[in-house]
Design a binder for this molecule. Structure first.
Ligand code: GLN
Length: 490
């Protein structure tokens, strides 16, 4: 059961081979046994999970089960969960019990999915390694001396170690795809606006997007189907008909399953900076795609190298505004002693936020201030537009774009934590996708030195999630990288 796909779990639940309570207990016991060495969870909600599982069993008995009824999952701790601690990885919110559910959380509850708890993350989703968490770093299940990636590192590690079959995450600059790559799982960030941001604690609102982690593209497709959909409470939520992202997966693959698919390879994603072991795994995966019938064409994203500087102006600018609400007045941490209101604000914020969050608030406030706005913020917005145009030009000549998700495999805990620029560069292949608002997926495509997973990133045009998932699914039907498990998960 631990390694079963969602389809297999569904069949077992429907056939009465296992109850939802038994399934939840199986994974909760695993969390209890393995999480002390992984730190993937900030909160484990055994009582809430068992209650939800009992309700799922009642629905099953009544013949009222949907695709995810009775399936255990975990939420990144950026999603508000009613009555359950919602910390966002920060001391600032270390005591915050949300009075309401995020839209994604309520959709999954209504679907009958069983939340086992909240996963570890970089503070306010700022980071690429999970080391910025107030609750200590999550560990990579393939090597617990290494980082699992960030900021959704806890969700990725939990799925990789099979502490839970599927998990939610968010991706502002790569935080679903990069940890998926570094832990050997599949992760998808949909088109901006497909998943509601209501109740998802804001980092950079024009970039933040909820996403899904699973062992396979097929599992991600099922989770994304349940998470997505219009929500009037999010002003950037897109009003479109609901989609079944699994709809093409069941189609029988006659002949070569990817015949006719044109994969664009941006030369900027294959230059210097990619580690040799990552390059070898990515090239081998592209050969496999060709064997499945796809053709590859060279494309160019000439402004892609400007994505990181543009992002590190825009994201901090939005963060400085979004995080101004944490002032010690309404909720969250408040300093114990202060002389006046101004000191209460400043001491609460000085104590409640970690170093990286403070760095970004300072940068963001600076680039938005009078006299600097035009020089930095406005320029960054122009670059953002150029980057989006590059993708449109490239996608005119291909159906999907492929390349590495991360330039290296998982690095050692502590290796980059004193060097923010090195840390920022680890998102070089993922950030441009958020700036353009496009969907992106990462799936396991091999192993590098030290048996560490390598991910392949697929990017498509707006609303091409089903196509990306389908391509990854065909790859996974013909390979077994996504079925490998770290020794700790045995
Ligand atoms: N690593 C990037 C950052 O630190 C992206 C984080 C994310 O996608 N939430 O901002």
């Amino acid at each position: 059961m631990i390694n079963a796909s969602l389809t297999e779990l569904r069949a077992a639940l429907d056939a009465g081979k296992i109850s939802s309570v038994e399934l939840a207990t199986l994974f909760l016991d695993r969390i209890e046994r393995l999480d002390p060495s992984l730190n993937a969870f900030i909160t484990v909600d055994r009582d809430g999970a068992l209650e939800a599982a009992r309700a799922a069993d009642a629905r099953l008995a009544a013949g009222d089960a949907g695709p995810l009824t009775g399936i255990p999952l975990a939420h990144k701790d950026v999603f508000c969960t009613e009555g359950v601690l919602t910390t966002c990885g920060s001391k600032m919110l270390a005591n915050f019990v949300s009075p309401y559910d995020a839209h994604v959380v309520s959709l999954l509850k209504a679907a009958g999915a069983v939340s086992l708890g909240k996963t570890n993350m970089d503070e306010f989703a700022m980071g690429s390694s999970n080391e910025n968490s107030h609750f200590g770093p999550a560990k990579n299940p393939w090597d617990t001396t290494r980082i699992p990636g960030g900021s959704s590192g806890g969700s990725a590690a939990a799925v990789a170690a099979r502490l839970v079959p599927i998990a939610t995450g968010t991706d502002t600059g790569g935080s679903v795809r990069q940890p998926a790559a570094l832990t050997g799982v599949t992760g998808i960030k949909p088109t901006y606006g497909v998943v509601s941001r209501y109740g998802m604690i804001a980092y950079a609102s024009s970039l933040d997007q909820g996403g899904a982690f699973g062992a396979s593209a097929a599992d991600c497709a099922q989770l994304l189907t349940a998470m997505a959909g219009f929500d009037p409470r999010d002003s950037t939520s897109l009003e479109r008909p609901a989609e079944d992202y699994s709809r093409e997966l069941a189609a029988p693959a006659a002949g070569r399953p990817l015949a006719g698919l044109r994969i664009g390879l941006p030369k900027e994603f294959f230059g210097a900076g990619m580690a040799d072991d990552v390059r070898a795994a990515v090239e081998a995966a592209l050969d496999e795609y060709r064997a499945l019938g796809a053709t590859t064409v060279d494309v160019s994203l000439p402004n892609a190298q400007l994505a990181i500087p543009a992002y590190y102006v825009i994201a901090p600018a939005e963060a400085s505004s979004n995080l101004s609400r944490f002032d010690g007045v309404r909720y969250g941490h408040r300093a114990a002693e202060y002389r006046d209101l101004a000191e209460m604000y400043s001491k609460s914020r000085a104590e409640g936020f970690g170093a990286e969050v403070k760095r970004r608030i300072l940068v963001g406030t600076y680039v938005l201030s009078h006299g600097y706005y035009d020089a930095y913020y406005l320029q960054a917005q122009k670059l953002r537009r150029l980057i989006a145009q590059d993708f449109q030009a490239a996608l005119a000549g291909c159906d999907i774009i492929a390349g590495p998700t991360s330039p290296t495999t998982a690095w050692a805990i502590g290796e980059k934590s004193d060097d923010p620029v090195q840390m920022y560069l680890s998102d070089i292949y993922t950030i441009a996708v958020n700036l353009a608002g496009l969907p992106g997926l990462s799936h396991p495509c091999g192993f590098g030195a030290g048996e560490l997973p390598v991910g392949l990133q697929l990017v498509g045009d707006y609303f091409s999630e089903a196509r990306l998932l389908n391509a990854a699914h065909r790859f996974q039907q013909a390979s077994d990288w996504h079925l490998r498990r770290p020794a700790i998960a045995a």
